[in-house]
Write a protein that binds this ligand. Structure first.
Ligand SMILES: [Zn+2]
Length: 342
């Protein structure tokens, strides 16, 4: 009993340490939204020992000029954005177009690939971060009872499914599978969500999630993360620690070569630019001719960047395989399981 008490006290101390935040700054987006930036502690271990790695602007939607800082926890190695936009400021970084392209042929192919990854004999599934419910609708078409969970206001329930707006309405031990496709990297408190996942899973049920792999050069060196929408950056090791922290067992980590992965095309371009002391922007990843046409690079740069890109294209499959074999592929699928006896 004393052991139980001390574990409970320890858990409360860790939980308080993880919840620490401090507002440090405000920035303004190009649309004139004022955004609070907050410093946070590590969401996995509660440590405030943060080691900055790089800074990156919102190069995808160009919402602001602010370069957000990506780094790792000095104690457990979890990657995270710090400081980061406060939760109530995040709408400024999710334009409606973020959810609009969800039924394109490319997306539909993704949903089919995700369906193929579901474990056999699933009867009730919860899709976390279900957006408009497009994947969930495909699950339902297979005869599986399905519900979704989505907190974003800009998403719409276009298939008329049961979609929860928060965890409070999801009952305990009610699903034998929970999925989260490219969701955990967007959360402000992944530990809280993991706890809920563990709570709503039935004993023996599994949690399947896909995240970018922060052990990959694409994420860690080439900076291809979608900042500031991506707030956390996971590796196979930190994913396993998250599962363990909420009482789930790690079933498997497999590198994702089909769904979201882009591989390491551009890695040679990145290395050459770095060797030359030049900045590497997402547009420098490939196709310098297009960059030249758009005025992003000059003729002198095109003269060396173009042959370099040809070599990059030729070597990309081998480079991608090299990192894949070392579990440093750019995207991964993790499966955790709730012990049957709990
Ligand atoms: Zn940590």
């Amino acid at each position: 009993m004393a052991g139980f008490e001390s574990r409970r006290i320890q858990a409360a101390i860790e939980s308080a340490a993880r919840a620490w935040t401090r507002r440090v700054d405000t920035i303004e987006t190009h649309d004139g939204d004022k955004v609070w930036l907050e410093q946070v502690a590590c969401n996995l271990c509660g440590s405030r020992a943060f080691e900055p790695l790089y800074r990156k602007r919102d190069t995808r939607f160009e919402t602001s000029d602010h370069a957000f800082q990506v780094g790792v926890c000095g104690r457990c190695g979890l990657g995270y954005l710090n400081p980061r936009p406060a939760r109530q400021s995040m709408d400024a970084f999710y334009p409606t177009t973020f959810f609009s392209d969800r039924d394109s042929p490319k997306r539909r192919r993704r949903y089919e690939q995700e369906l193929a990854l579901l474990p056999p004999r699933v009867t009730r599934l919860l899709d976390v971060g279900c957006a408009n419910g497009d994947f969930a609708a495909r699950v339902a078409a297979r005869g599986i009872e399905v519900e979704g969970l989505e907190v974003a206001q800009s998403a719409s329930n276009r298939h008329g499914l049961v979609i929860h707006g928060g965890w409070q309405t999801v009952p305990d031990a009610s699903f034998d599978c929970v999925t989260a496709w490219a969701v955990l990297e967007h959360l402000h408190d992944p530990m809280e969500v993991l706890r809920h996942v563990a709570r709503v899973l039935r004993p023996g049920g599994c949690f399947v999630f896909l995240v970018p792999n922060f052990a990959s050069p694409a994420s860690r060196e080439m900076r291809l993360e979608d900042t500031p929408r991506h707030l956390y950056f996971y590796t196979p090791e930190t994913s396993a620690r998250y599962l363990q922290a909420v009482g789930l067992q790690l079933d498997s980590v497999r590198m994702d070569t089909e769904i979201y992965a882009r591989g390491h095309r551009g890695y040679l371009n990145y290395r050459v630019r770095r060797a030359l002391g030049r900045e590497f922007r997402p547009c420098d990843r490939r196709k310098p001719l297009r960059g030249f046409e758009r005025g992003e690079i000059g003729l002198a740069e095109l003269l060396w960047a173009w042959p370099c890109d040809q070599l990059d294209r030729a070597l990309a499959p081998a480079i991608t395989r090299y990192f894949l074999r070392r579990d440093r592929h750019d995207s991964m699928i993790v499966v955790g399981r709730k012990p049957a006896s709990s």
